[in-house]
Ligand binder design. Structure first.
Ligand code: ATP
Ligand code: MG
Length: 277
């Protein structure tokens, strides 16, 4: 196996109005191809900052991020454009992540128009394919974001992230804003897509059950430092570090409750165009 993402000693210091926040302080970890790395930690511990540094959406103060072996730090603009096409990001608030005045079809087409040279027809058929892959019906394509449910909007967000056939997705609290029943559907969809396309995920979530269900490996952040990392079953079920034990105890789901139940609702019935009304 080889690492799709390799972070080495990432440091990020935010400076504003003369004050400094050391948001990430020397974090290193690898994500092996085809696996999911779950990142947990209390609010403000630096999880989103790591995700943004990993894809160079913001510049780290120091440290190296390698995607598929390539150091993205010194990349020129053209290299970064290519990088954007090879990676994708799914955000917490699916409705806010979409342009309210853009149809679903145009929202999904946007990354294709920006990052590929596909012609109009090819973009159109790729959009149809993506709608189907994320379990949306063709009839959703003409709608605006406010005419869809939160879960449907997140499916659009996933379609956008997948549009350019990336190999690594960063999922920053992808289900936190959704109803519990819809969460399970979206998580199942993400699992299914990961298997089908051999994707790798960096998953950030406050919900321990979500991280346990999804992750092969996991890490625990505290105050900008990765205090513990390893196989998810060890880190999230029998943590060695006292801090992790306390964090887990303070999280909504108590530790030691055994492995989580798989989500109850199937993602997609192959005989149906869409699960959602
Ligand atoms: N643009 C910024 N300018 C200054 N400080 C920032 C900026 N973005 C984040 N921070 C600070 O950096 C620290 C880490 O923030 P970050 O958003 O990475 O945390 P997080 O673990 O994702 O939290 P949450 O779980 O609430 O999303 C926090 O103290 C935050 O206030
Ligand atoms: Mg965050």
């Amino acid at each position: 196996m080889s690492a799709i993402l390799s972070l080495e000693d990432i440091v990020k210091v935010y400076r504003s109005h003369g004050s400094e926040v050391r948001a990430v302080d020397g974090v290193s970890f690898d994500i092996e191809e085809g696996t999911t790395f779950g990142l947990v930690g209390e609010s403000g511990s630096g999880k989103s900052t790591i995700a943004r540094c990993a894809l160079r959406l913001i510049e780290p103060t120091s440290g190296t991020s390698r995607i598929d072996g390539e150091d993205i730090g010194g990349m020129p603009r053209t290299g970064l454009r290519r990088l954007r096409a090879r990676t994708g990001m799914v955000f917490q608030n699916p409705v806010a992540a979409l342009n309210p005045r853009m149809s679903i079809r145009d929202s999904i087409a946007e990354p294709l128009r920006t990052h590929t040279r596909l012609g109009r027809r090819a973009v159109g058929s790729r959009v149809d394919e993506l709608l189907d892959e994320v379990g949306l019906a063709a009839s959703h394509a003409g709608r605006l974001p406010h005419q869809l449910s939160g879960g449907q909007c997140q499916r659009v967000g996933i379609a956008r992230a997948l549009a350019t056939r990336p190999r690594l997705l960063v999922l920053d609290e992808p289900t936190s804003a959704l109803d519990v029943s819809v969460q399970a559907q979206v998580l199942n969809l993400l699992q299914q897509l990961r298997r089908e396309h051999r994707l790798s995920y960096l998953l950030i979530s406050h919900d321990l059950d979500v991280v346990r269900y999804m992750s092969d490996t996991a890490g625990v952040m505290r105050g900008g430092v990765l205090v513990e990392a390893g196989p998810a079953t060890e880190v999230l079920v029998e943590p060695r570090h006292e801090y992790t034990q306390r964090l887990l105890a303070a999280m909504p789901q108590a530790p030691g409750a055994g492995p989580p139940d798989p989500p109850r609702t199937p993602t997609r019935d192959p005989n149906e165009k869409s699960l959602l009304p």
